[in-house]
Design a protein around this ligand. Structure first.
Ligand SMILES: Nc1ncnc2c1ncn2[C@@H]1O[C@H](COP(=O)(O)OP(=O)(O)O)[C@@H](O)[C@H]1O
Ligand SMILES: O=C(O)C1=C[C@@H](OP(=O)(O)O)[C@@H](O)[C@H](O)C1
Ligand SMILES: [Mg+2]
Length: 169
């Protein structure tokens, strides 16, 4: 039996929540839940289609509905970057277990996101990526139980470092 119940990863798009999350699920013996995928199944549309057919506020609302209703026990939860705009979602995640903020420098994130132009961001289209980073950083820091700076580490190294941060029951 895993010594962990629920562990959540938060952070900017491109920081590695999904990539590191599945590796950390394997290291901890937890199920892997990527809330972005549950949003897509619920809406029968990709995130990009949801953003095109509605707007970022709608995506944030769906994200909150999914976060509040999804089964999250014994799960490593990779969230979408906009989850921190929902206080109820963050309260639920924090009540279930530690929240780890994966922190990556802006320039690295910009490169990763530019390499995948169809991954949408749930923010006002008028905002630059740097403005979104500045707006969200204090939110990630506020909700984080642990802050893990990813640096130049590989996803496997980040997952191993995350495991070392966590207390065991
Ligand atoms: N530690 C890392 N080093 C190099 N590339 C990474 C790292 N973590 C993630 N990536 C790459 O960055 C991109 C975004 O990763 P992803 O896991 O989808 O981020 P998120 O879920 O936080 O948006 C992917 O192409 C992934 O392979
Ligand atoms: O940060 C954001 O606004 C978003 C991040 C995406 O997830 P990742 O953080 O996994 O890229 C996804 O939830 C959606 O496109 C909105
Ligand atoms: Mg992701």
């Amino acid at each position: 039996m895993s010594p962990f119940n629920t562990i959540s990863l938060v952070g900017m798009p491109g920081t590695g929540k999904s990539t590191v999350g599945i590796l950390l699920a394997k290291l901890t013996g937890l199920r892997f839940v990527d809330t972005d995928l549950d949003i897509q199944v619920r809406e029968e549309a990709t995130l990009q289609e949801i953003l095109e057919q509605h707007d970022y506020r709608y995506l944030r609302q769906v994200e909150e509905d999914v976060l509040l209703n999804l089964r999250l026990d014994h799960a490593l939860v990779s969230t979408g970057g906009s989850v921190v705009y929902s206080a109820p979602s963050m309260a639920r995640l924090k009540s279930l277990g530690p929240v780890i903020y994966l922190k990556t420098e802006l320039a690295t994130l910009e490169e990763r996101v530019a390499a995948a132009p169809l991954r949408g961001i749930a923010s006002d289209g008028e905002q630059s990526f740097a403005q979104v980073y500045a707006e969200r950083t204090p939110l990630y820091e506020r909700y984080a139980d642990y802050i893990l700076v990813t640096g130049d580490n590989t996803p496997q190294q980040v997952a191993t470092a995350a495991l070392q941060l966590l207390p065991r029951n």
